[in-house]
Design a protein around this ligand. Structure first.
Ligand SMILES: *[C@@H]1O[C@H](CO)[C@@H](O)[C@H](O)[C@H]1NC(C)=O
Ligand SMILES: *[C@@H]1O[C@H](CO)[C@@H](O)[C@H](O)[C@H]1NC(C)=O
Ligand SMILES: *[C@@H]1O[C@H](CO)[C@@H](O)[C@H](O)[C@H]1NC(C)=O
Length: 618
C-alpha cells in the first residue's frame, strides 16, 4: 500500500510540474498542417498565381467578401469558401516605373513591384485602393458593384492618381489607413528615402494636413500599426482618430530603444492659422505600458507593439483594445498581450503633459499654466462649443501643442498586468483577434494569436482565485503549407471562421474543431473550449438552443466527474489511454490507474490538464 501511495504521489507531482509547464503555452491539441487539413475544418487559398506578400485588407460583411492585397494583385474572395470563384485584378507597376525603380538602385529585394497596402470602402459600390507602384505609390477606385452576385471587381478606368501620403514607397515599411466620409487618414512614410513619416489627412472637403515634419518630439522613426475612429462623446465634433504605433524612445537614453504608443487627433482639425499651418493642432500621444513585475520587484517591459485588436462593446465610446507586444532583448525574449480601456487612455490624455526644460534635464510633468482650451480638445466639442475651427486657437495654445505632444503618464493595462505572457518559447506572437463566445457558464473572450512560425494559437484566460489568472491554450494549428509569420488575422463570428494571411498564402479555418479533443465526454469536458460541449454522443459545437442534457460543458472547472456522469459508462471506447492523465503518469502505473479510474478516484480536479498532442510538439 505504502509504496503505491508514494508512487502515486510522485506521479501526481510529475503531473503538476507538467501542468505548471503548460503556462508557457503548450496547447492541449497541436495539429500539423496535414492534420489540420484532415479535419476538414480548414481551407488554404489554392488559386495559383505568381504572387506573394498576401495580406487581408478588408472584410466586407455586407457583400460577404474578403479583400486581399498581394504583390501586383487585388483579390476578392467569398467569405464562405475562399476558393470559390475568386475575383482577381492584376495591377502591376507601370513598366517605366519599374525601370526607374531599378535605375534608382532598388529591386534586389523585390521592391520594384506594386504591393497593395491599402483597401478601404469608399461607398456602397466602390473601394479605394493603393499600392507601392515600384517606389511610385498609386491609388485607384475599384468598382465592386452593389451585390456580390454581380461578380464585379475592377479598376475604374482613368481613376489612377498619385498615392503619396497614402501608401509607402518601400513595401517593407508598415503603414495604416482609415477612410471615413471620403476623407483618408493615413500613417505612412511619404518620401522615397523613407525617412519622413507622418500622419496625413487627404481627400475629402477639409484641407490636407500632416504632423510636423522632421520633429522627433512628434514622431521618431515610427512603425504605424492600426487606426480607429472612436467617438469621445455624443457630440460628433469630439470624434477622434486613435492610432497605435511604436517608435524610438525620446524619453530616455537609458531606457528602452523602442516604445509602444497610442496617439490621437481630432477629425475636425484644420491646422493652425499663423503657425502649424496645415499641421495637426490636436496631435497628442502617450506611452502604452505592458510589463510584468518579477518576484524580485524588477519590472520587465514588453515594448515592441506588434498588433492591436479593437473589441467593440455595447458602448461605441468604450471599445477594449488588445495589444500584442514582444521584446527582443538579448537576455529575455517573449510576447505578451495587454488589454486597455478607453477610460484609462482618456485619463492619461487628460493628465499632465510631458515637459523637459532643456537638454540636460529629465522629463517631468508640465506644471505651468496650460492654455485654454486644453490642448487636444476638438473645436465645437463638449469643452469648446464656441469655437468653430482649430484656426481660432490662440497662438499660445498652438505653440504649446507644438512643443508638448507627449503625455507625462503612461497608459497601463487593465489590472496593471498582461492578460497573457509567453517567455522562453521559440516563437513570438505577431497578431491577434478576439471572439466573444457564449458558453453554459458565461461569456468568454477567446484569443486567436498568430505566431512568427506560421501557427495560430487559441487561448482563453480565466480568473482563478484572488486575482490569479489561469491561461489555457486550447489548440495550436499550422495554417500554411510553407510556414511563414502570420501577417493578418480576421474573424467572422457570424460565419464562425478565421482568415489568416502570410507572405506565402491565405487560409480559412473554422473557429472550433471539437472532435479533435477526443472521443469521450471527459476529453471534451477537460478541453474547456467554450465553443465545444458534449452532446451525448460526441464533442460538438455548443449551442444554447440544444437540450440541457445534451450540452455538457464546464469551462470554469473542467470537471468531468460532474459533467460526464452517466456518459462515460456508455461510451464504447471507455477511458482511452490518451486521456491526459494517462499521458502524464509514468507508464508503470497504467494498471493501477485503470483500477482507480474505474472507481472514479483518479480524476484531475481543478488543475489544467497537461496537454496531449497527436504529434510531438516541436
Ligand atoms: C513569377 O514572378 C517572378 C517575379 O516577377 C518572375 O521572376 C517569374 O518569372 C514569374 N514566374 C512565372 C512562372 O511567371
Ligand atoms: C461611389 O463613389 C464613386 C466614385 O466617386 C461614384 O462614381 C459612385 O457613383 C458612388 N456610388 C454610390 C452608390 O454613391
Ligand atoms: C460622416 O458624415 C455624416 C454626415 O455629415 C455624419 O453624420 C457622420 O457622423 C460622419 N461620420 C464620421 C465618422 O465622422
Amino acid at each position: 500500500m505504502v509504496p503505491w501511495a508514494t508512487l502515486l504521489l510522485l506521479g501526481l507531482l510529475f503531473c503538476c510540474c507538467l501542468g505548471h509547464g503548460s503556462q508557457t503555452g503548450a496547447p492541449r491539441v497541436y495539429l500539423t498542417y496535414k492534420e489540420l487539413l484532415e479535419t476538414r475544418t480548414a481551407r488554404p487559398f489554392s488559386f495559383n498565381f505568381n504572387t506573394s506578400d498576401y495580406r487581408i485588407l478588408l472584410v466586407d460583411q455586407d457583400q460577404e467578401r474578403l479583400y486581399l492585397g498581394a504583390r501586383d494583385f487585388l483579390v476578392a474572395l467569398d467569405l464562405h469558401n475562399i476558393n470559390k470563384e475568386p475575383l482577381i485584378i492584376h495591377w502591376p507597376a507601370l513598366p517605366n516605373q519599374e525601370n526607374e525603380c531599378r535605375l534608382a538602385g532598388k529591386g534586389q529585394r523585390g521592391e520594384c513591384f506594386n504591393y497593395i497596402r491599402l483597401m478601404e470602402p469608399l461607398n456602397r459600390t466602390h473601394l479605394y485602393a493603393c499600392g507601392t507602384g515600384a517606389y511610385h505609390p498609386v491609388c485607384s477606385l475599384i468598382n465592386r458593384g452593389w451585390r456580390s452576385e454581380e461578380y464585379l471587381f475592377r479598376i475604374v478606368p482613368h481613376s489612377l492618381e498619385p498615392g503619396k501620403g497614402k501608401c509607402p514607397y518601400d513595401p517593407r515599411q508598415s503603414s495604416m489607413a482609415v477612410l471615413i466620409n471620403n476623407t483618408l487618414y493615413a500613417g505612412v512614410h511619404v518620401d522615397f528615402m523613407g525617412t519622413d513619416a507622418a500622419l496625413f489627412r487627404t481627400m475629402g472637403p477639409r484641407p490636407a494636413i500632416r504632423t510636423e515634419q522632421h520633429d522627433s518630439r512628434w514622431l521618431y522613426d515610427p512603425v504605424f500599426l492600426q487606426a480607429h475612429v472612436i467617438p469621445d462623446s455624443s457630440d460628433h465634433n469630439d470624434d477622434k482618430l486613435y492610432f497605435f504605433f511604436r517608435e524610438k524612445a525620446l524619453e530616455g537614453a537609458v531606457g528602452p530603444a523602442v516604445l509602444a504608443r497610442v496617439g490621437r487627433v481630432c477629425l475636425n482639425d484644420d491646422g493652425g492659422q499663423r503657425s502649424l499651418l496645415n499641421k495637426w493642432t490636436t496631435f497628442l500621444k502617450a506611452r502604452l505600458v505592458c510589463s510584468v513585475i518579477g518576484e524580485d520587484g524588477v519590472e520587465t517591459f514588453f515594448d515592441e507593439l506588434r498588433d492591436v485588436f479593437l473589441l467593440p462593446t455595447q458602448d461605441e465610446k468604450h471599445p477594449l483594445l488588445y495589444g500584442v507586444f514582444s521584446t527582443l532583448g538579448s537576455v529575455f525574449r517573449g510576447s505578451a498581450v495587454c488589454v486597455y480601456s478607453m477610460a484609462d487612455i482618456r485619463t492619461v490624455f487628460n493628465g499632465p503633459f510631458a515637459h523637459k526644460e532643456g537638454h540636460n534635464y529629465q522629463w517631468g510633468p508640465y506644471t505651468g499654466r496650460v492654455p485654454y482650451p486644453r490642448p487636444g480638445a476638438c473645436p465645437g466639442g463638449t469643452f469648446t462649443p464656441g469655437l468653430r475651427s482649430t484656426r481660432e486657437f490662440s497662438d499660445e495654445l498652438v505653440t504649446f501643442v507644438r512643443a508638448h505632444p507627449l503625455m507625462f503618464h503612461a497608459v497601463y493595462p487593465l489590472q496593471r498586468r498582461p492578460l497573457l505572457v509567453r517567455t522562453n518559447v521559440p516563437y513570438s506572437f505577431t497578431t491577434l483577434a478576439v471572439d466573444l463566445v457564449d458558453a453554459v457558464d458565461g461569456r468568454y473572450e477567446v484569443l486567436f494569436l498568430g505566431t512568427d512560425q506560421g501557427t495560430v494559437q487559441k487561448v482563453i484566460v480565466l480568473p482563478k482565485e484572488q486575482g490569479i489568472l489561469e491561461e489555457l491554450t486550447l489548440e495550436e494549428v499550422e495554417v500554411f503549407r510553407v510556414p511563414a509569420p502570420v501577417k493578418t488575422l480576421w474573424i467572422s463570428s457570424k460565419r464562425q471562421q478565421l482568415y489568416v494571411s502570410s507572405d506565402m498564402g491565405v487560409s480559412q479555418l473554422t473557429l472550433h474543431r471539437c472532435r479533435e479533443y477526443g472521443e469521450v465526454c471527459a476529453d471534451c469536458c477537460l478541453a474547456r473550449d467554450p465553443y465545444c460541449a458534449w452532446d451525448g454522443q460526441r464533442c460538438a459545437r455548443y449551442s444554447h438552443t440544444a437540450k440541457r442534457r445534451s450540452r455538457r460543458q464546464d469551462i470554469k472547472h473542467g470537471d468531468p466527474l460532474r459533467q460526464c456522469r452517466g456518459f462515460n459508462a456508455k461510451a464504447k471506447t471507455f477511458w482511452k489511454p490518451d486521456l491526459c492523465l494517462a499521458d502524464c503518469l509514468l507508464p508503470a502505473f497504467t494498471e493501477m490507474q485503470w483500477g482507480l479510474r474505474t472507481q472514479g478516484m483518479l480524476f484531475p480536479s481543478r488543475s489544467p490538464c497537461p496537454h496531449h498532442s497527436r504529434t510531438a510538439i516541436k
